[in-house]
Design a protein around this ligand. Structure first.
Ligand SMILES: NC(=O)c1ccc[n+]([C@@H]2O[C@H](COP(=O)([O-])OP(=O)(O)OC[C@H]3O[C@@H](n4cnc5c(N)ncnc54)[C@H](O)[C@@H]3O)[C@@H](O)[C@H]2O)c1
Length: 272
């Protein structure tokens, strides 16, 4: 029997995954997406500010026989964002998919969030998206079947018991940015959509609850709130993103696709 790989959905596609590393061991949303694009035949530029994390994802893809390069830089810096897109052009000769995954949160409501924290969250969650999108669009427009996917959060839509005013507000703005781009570029060959994850079991969340004495209890509490009675995984988020980025979603633009195990049906009881 032939051991040759079948051509995948992303065969011939050039993809930049922004925030393709992971803050810890295991499968984060960005790392899973980068690996999945490569498994589906895509050429992947792994972009991350953390060199170790970037190299880990790049090497993982290469060890599976996939195609990957890396770019290390902080995407809140407009020049670094331009350089990242330029690196994709140098490596692959073009760009077909921009996948924006970076995002941070700091807990706090309007009364107890410092302006520094507010600005930091907006800088990473929204300004970085602005910079890479602006740098990528001329290249995406040159191609056919080009697409952008932004990873947002259910917290952009629904309130939980803990306030995250900067996170919620910046991610809501990111959803709106996606729809603005979708409207501007609908007739210019570039689609733009978001994936809206709910409770996802990732190293990012493990790091977030690391100070907790009982991580298992936190995980159980999160899972119990989901109608499907489990947290999602980085793969659940990646699979939805790949669908939106693929030609199979060629008539879909400007949507926010929830990947939340039915969480949004409950309207506002989330402990995100
Ligand atoms: N895990 C969940 O429950 C959950 C739920 C909803 C949404 N999300 C979203 O998923 C995304 C994070 O997913 P993940 O699991 O891949 O997280 P992660 O934190 O493990 O990985 C994100 C990567 O982005 C990199 N990064 C951060 N800031 C950067 C910058 N300025 N420039 C370049 N790289 C930068 C980090 O170094 C890291 O490697 C976020 O957008 C988050 O809002 C997660």
């Amino acid at each position: 029997m032939s051991q040759q790989r079948k051509p995948g959905r992303f065969s011939g596609k050039r993809i930049a995954v922004i925030g393709a590393g992971s803050v810890g061991p295991g499968w984060g949303n960005g790392k899973a997406a980068a690996v999945l694009y490569a498994r589906e035949g895509g050429q992947v530029l792994v972009v991350d500010q953390n060199e170790v994390a970037a190299l880990e994802t790049e090497n993982l893809i290469r060890s599976e026989g996939g195609s990957a390069n890396n770019f290390v830089g902080d995407m809140t810096d407009a020049n670094a964002a331009k350089a990242a897109i330029a690196a994709a052009l140098t490596a692959f000769g073009g760009l077909d998919v921009l996948h924006f995954n970076v995002g941070i949160s700091t807990r706090g409501g309007i009364a107890d969030t410092s302006f520094e924290d507010w600005r930091r969250v907006f800088s990473i969650n929204l300004d970085a998206a602005f910079h890479v999108t602006q740098a990528a669009l001329p290249e995406l427009e040159r191609g056919t079947g080009s697409s952008i996917v932004y990873i947002t959060t259910l917290a952009a839509e629904l309130n939980g018991p803990y306030p995250y005013v900067g996170y919620e507000s910046s991610k809501a703005a990111l959803c709106r940015l996606s729809r603005s781009v979708a409207a501007d570029y609908a007739a210019r060959g570039v689609r733009s959509n978001t994936v809206v994850p709910g409770m996802i079991d990732t190293p990012h969340v493990h790091a977030h609850v690391a100070s907790s004495t009982n991580q298992q209890a936190v995980a159980d509490t999160r899972a119990a709130q989901v109608p499907m009675k489990r947290q999602g995984t980085g793969w659940d988020v990646a699979e939805a993103a790949l669908f939106l980025a693929s030609d199979a979603a060629g008539f879909i633009t400007g949507v926010d696709l929830r990947v939340d195990g039915g969480m949004s049906i409950l309207m506002g009881n989330a402990a995100i």
